[in-house]
Each structure stands twice: as C-alpha cells, then as structure tokens.
Design a protein around this ligand. Structure first.
Ligand code: FES
Length: 160
C-alpha cells in the first residue's frame, strides 16, 4: 500500500509537542491504512525524532496494532469462557470454513480479517461475533452464512 507522507505528517502535527502521544499517532495511522505500513512507521519516527527501533517497538508491543494489511471488514469472535461454553468454538470453526482462513488471517480478496478476543464484556449475549464494531449476539454456526452475506451486501450497496 502506498503511504501518503503528507497525511502521516498531518497526523504527527496533530500531536506536535506531545511526545507521550506516540500510541495515539500510531492509532491514527492505523485508522488511515487499516494497519501500520513500515514506511509510515519510518515517517513517524523521522518526524517525531525518535529512534526507529523505539517506534517499531511500540508498534509491535501493542496487540491492537496490525503489521499486515487488514481486510475491509474485521470479524471478531469472542472466545472468552461464557461465549466458549455457549458454542463459540463451533461458530469460529464455521467462520474459518466459510472464509477459508484462520484467526489473524485475511481473505485473499481482502474482504475479511478474522480475529478472536477473550471477553467483550457482554457475556449474557454470548456467543458473540463482532463485525465492523457491530455486535451479533447468540450466534450459531447456522447464522454465519447469513451474517457474512449481509455484510457483503451492505458493503456492495455502499460502493454504488
Ligand atoms: S465471554 Fe464473550 S463477552 Fe464475555
């Protein structure tokens, strides 16, 4: 992915003089590219005046940062205890089967990235799948196809 140096500079400028904001800067960069491109990390390090290794270290330390491009939609399955006992592993299996990827992977068409998480704090709704920040509670393997089709349909509708 091509990194827009001007855009990265704008992000850094937003936090100018606030050296404790490196994580926020990287979050903004990730929001722009859906991951942290190496080139963008170098630009941030240059602009902030920090050693590249330090910025790279922060990028790889936090689980929230992605070093590989993410798909257009993020599909997160809660694998916390409450969701687990209510069938989350079967829901995850079905998502893996339908998308043909494992957790932390992205489909070849760059549509979906599959993630897992340990408790979203809404255990009573479990098993939960979150797609693009929308919660889908009481998920069942049989609902997975419909869920994915709905996301694709909505996404295609937005393109027009
Ligand atoms: S275990 Fe899934 S929301 Fe808590």
């Amino acid at each position: 992915m091509k990194v827009n140096a001007k855009k990265v500079k704008e992000i850094v400028d937003k936090y100018r003089g606030r050296h404790d904001c490196l994580v926020s800067m990287l979050q903004d960069v990730q929001a722009e590219y859906r991951y942290l491109p190496e080139e963008a990390i170098k630009l941030v390090a240059d602009q902030v005046g920090l050693p590249l290794i330090q910025v790279y270290g922060v990028s790889t330390f936090f689980k929230a940062f992605r070093m590989e491009p993410a798909g257009k939609h993020t599909c997160t399955v809660c694998m916390g205890t409450a969701c687990h006992v209510r069938g989350a592993p079967r829901v995850l299996d079905e998502l893996e089967r339908k998308l043909r990827i494992a957790p932390k992977q992205t489909t070849k068409d760059q549509e979906f990235t599959l993630e897992t998480v340990n408790c979203l704090g809404a255990c009573a709704l479990g098993p939960i799948v979150v797609v693009d920040e929308k919660y889908h509670g009481q998920m069942k393997p049989g609902k997975v196809a419909e869920l994915l089709a709905g996301v694709k349909k909505k996404s295609n509708g937005k393109k027009r």
